[in-house]
Write a protein of this length. Structure first.
Length: 374
């Protein structure tokens, strides 16, 4: 009798294991350099740059979006090779695939791919591959050319089948993300960020530090076409992390209304309250920012600074980062009580010429990206 009971327990355990839901977030590549997590319902809400696209397809009563589970976080990521991705939990694969078929019959922007194992693939806008199975919606791209797209479908099949120990969940990025609060949060190697954000974020890193070893942790907010990143720097290397945090003491709270210093023609602005003599050693070691500040006037202004300081960056006629130029403005002491000690702003509306195509997907939805350290 006892043996029969044990056998029954083993059978039940095997059945439960075989029917257990595969974690959708296991599909995120382990070598990702940036990882963003979103509360799914806020992602598709009215206060979101994606609301106009997503909201018509939401079943608010069942908290689903045509087969997508809105009770689980959405993830965006950048893989190690620069590929961008989106990952979501599937609540009903049949509903989702039927919805995709319905959309594909109405537009030529969704083209059928092929089925591999139990995954169904399609191609969005001739560049993005979407894979669906019983657990996961995975979108990656951009990929051009039929041969490359076929190759990436095989790659995505492997990702959608991978177990937790081969996924992002065993990475330092995932560990740091779990410590973040808020409905939208981000952890990224600084190398995954726009060049004009990398410069101020890595400014206080010890000389010779690989930018890939510097992480940014940030809670995110979106309001009035602006993405706010409330962040701090960290590092894989404990020595680098400790030295950066010690060096951050040179930043004092800003005393001015820095928004008034920006205009629509400025591509990027960096604001800080520092003693110029304290920051010059870091500036000289930061090749990217030093290249933009090649005029003696800029260096003299920073070296003699004793308070609030603005660095304005504008692109030249080339997309090459070396063609960016910077101007420095010493600001009079103000009466504003700010908690921020460093502000870096990217104004996407000021982008023109060859760079415009790079930010085109964000224009109209995101006007500015503002990174702040308190």
């Amino acid at each position: 009798m006892k043996k029969n009971v044990y056998t029954l327990f083993i059978i039940i355990a095997l059945v439960l294991t075989s029917c257990s839901k595969h974690d959708y977030d296991n599909s995120i590549p382990h070598n990702s350099t940036a990882l963003l997590s979103f509360n799914a319902q806020q992602f598709v809400s009215g206060n979101s740059p994606f609301a106009a696209i997503m909201s018509p397809f939401i079943d608010s009563e069942n908290k689903e979006m045509k087969g997508i589970d809105l009770t689980q976080p959405f993830y965006m990521f950048e893989a190690g090779d620069g590929t961008l991705g989106f990952c979501a939990s599937v609540s009903d694969a049949y509903d989702l695939t039927e919805f995709i078929r319905h959309l594909s019959s109405m537009t030529d922007k969704i083209k059928p791919g092929k089925d591999i194992d139990d995954k169904s693939f399609c191609i969005l806008n001739d560049a993005w591959i979407m894979g669906v199975d019983d657990y996961t919606l995975l979108i990656m791209g951009p990929f051009t050319g039929m041969q490359e797209q076929q190759k990436q479908m095989v790659r995505m099949t492997t990702l959608m089948n991978q177990e937790e120990e081969r996924s992002i969940k065993t990475s330092v990025l995932w560990e740091h993300l779990q410590h973040q609060q808020g409905a939208m949060k981000m952890v990224a190697q600084t190398t995954a960020l726009p060049q004009q954000l990398i410069a101020p974020i890595t400014l206080l890193a010890p000389k010779g530090t690989n930018p890939a070893d510097v992480l940014i942790e940030a809670d995110m907010e979106y309001e009035d076409h602006i993405v706010y990143l409330h962040g701090k720097t960290c590092s894989y290397d404990e020595n680098v992390k400790n030295k950066m945090h010690k060096a951050e003491e040179i930043y004092k709270p800003l005393t001015i209304n820095w928004q008034k210093e920006l205009n629509n023609s400025i591509f990027a602005g960096i604001f800080m309250n520092v003693n110029g003599q304290d920051i010059m050693p870091f500036l000289n070691a930061n090749k990217s920012l030093a290249t933009m500040l090649m005029t003696s006037e800029a260096y003299d202004r920073i070296k003699g600074n004793m308070g609030d300081l603005a660095i304005f960056i504008n692109p030249g006629k080339s997309v090459d980062e070396q063609m960016f130029s910077a101007k420095v403005k010493n600001l009079p002491h103000g009466n504003v009580k700010n908690k921020e000690r460093l502000i870096a702003v990217l104004n996407l509306n000021a982008v023109q010429g060859p760079m415009e195509s790079f930010v085109a997907p964000l224009k109209g939805k995101v006007n500015k990206i503002i990174y702040s350290v308190k």
